[in-house]
Design a protein around this ligand. Sequence first.
Ligand code: URP
Ligand code: ZN
Ligand code: ZN
Length: 465
Amino acid sequence: MSRTVIHGGLVITASDEIHADVLVEGGRVAALAAPGTDAAAGWSAERRIDATGKYVIPGGVDAHTHMEMPFGGTYAADTFETGTRAAAWGGTTTIVDFAIQSMGRSLREGLDAWFEKADGRCAVDYGFHMILSDVNESSLKEMDRLVAEGITSFKLFMAYPGVFYSDDGQILRAMQRASGNGGLIMMHAENGIAIDVLVEQALAEGRTDPRYHGDVRKVALEAEATHRAVQLARVAGAPLYVVHVSADEAVAEIAAARHKGLPVFGETCPQYLFLSTDNLAEPDFEGAKYVCSTPLRPREHQEALWRGLRNNELQVVSTDHCPFCFSGQKEMGRGDFSKIPNGMPGVEHRMDLLHQAVVEGHISRRRWIEIACAAPARMFGLYPRKGTIAPGTDADIVVYDPEAEQVLSAETHHMNVDYSAYEGKRITGRVETVLSRGVPVIEDGAYVGHAGHGAYVPRGLSQNL
Ligand code: URP
Ligand code: ZN
Ligand code: ZN
């Protein structure tokens, strides 16, 4: 059985920071011991990693990605191969992507199609949520079977009428089913019916630039939908996870629900923490690079998001990685912002951006690991196999250099997209080595992994409830 020792580093988990030597055996963490144990006892190992002056952290768990997603008349530009490789570069060792049920089709057909896309191609481990586009008697029954198989979370949309949209009755039925089978409902909370009216009016008045995408997708319509989702979940007796929360008033709705003791959880994404409507307003159609939904908000909203992350009103930071190239894809919406494919790249930069948040004092080191590794693993039934470093867990381990400096750029990133949403941003901290189940994927800043190493991980029920 292959053995690796990581010695001399500061091991950071969501609960502890300890200087320790780590022994990895056969893909799992075998032991943590006092620093110097390896030097004194001479653990036998094929590979020794000197982590002196470095952090030793769990591999990131990105619970919200869309590789190869068909959307807005095109496909997200990262395949499972390119996207999971980029994830590895950024210290993320597990993704949970979204399989899609097409209108009029079964959940099973959608799921099979996503297994086909991912199988044999991933650099790191992966699981699936299921997007419900067509809630009916038969898809409701299928939910039970999927939960039993390890697809334990289901995304519903209050936005995108005619595409993924579900009405309140369909949402209530899906929530009732989840309440019975233990599944977790994930909600895209925006009032899509009202937004479509505002889109039509904006275009009729000649407001066609990317920044109007942000204008029409109003804060009030995110907050209203969040409130409605909470009430529907309450009536159904189901837990609720609100995805990509961007507005201060939506955070307030989640906080109020949690204050009442309701099992309501919230996720935000780096783009809402670091970017704003200023980016959407960039001239020469450059704002299209930042079109995603929920939309970027005025900078003032960021403080509520950071506070929410510190206070546990928000539990998870995922990327909602859904990249479209500027050239040929985002450009589809020149002259009509509603035709810009919605989504942004990010899977490679989440761990670094959140480390930058540590450097800037927004969150502590342990909170960094909690929101990027442990909480998503618990939320989606992967803990403690993923999300922490302890005897018996998968040896998904990142050696992180907290002093290294880097500048984010499309020239140097590994995502299959022709721009960076963070072009020129300086970051303190960098991934040095990444192990996925004990196997090196990134070694001294070079990719040494391969497509097909990443394995499908069936998930248990959410452990946050
Ligand atoms: O703009 C976004 N977020 N695109 C991906 C689909 C979604 O709603 O998560
Ligand atoms: Zn969404
Ligand atoms: Zn998404």
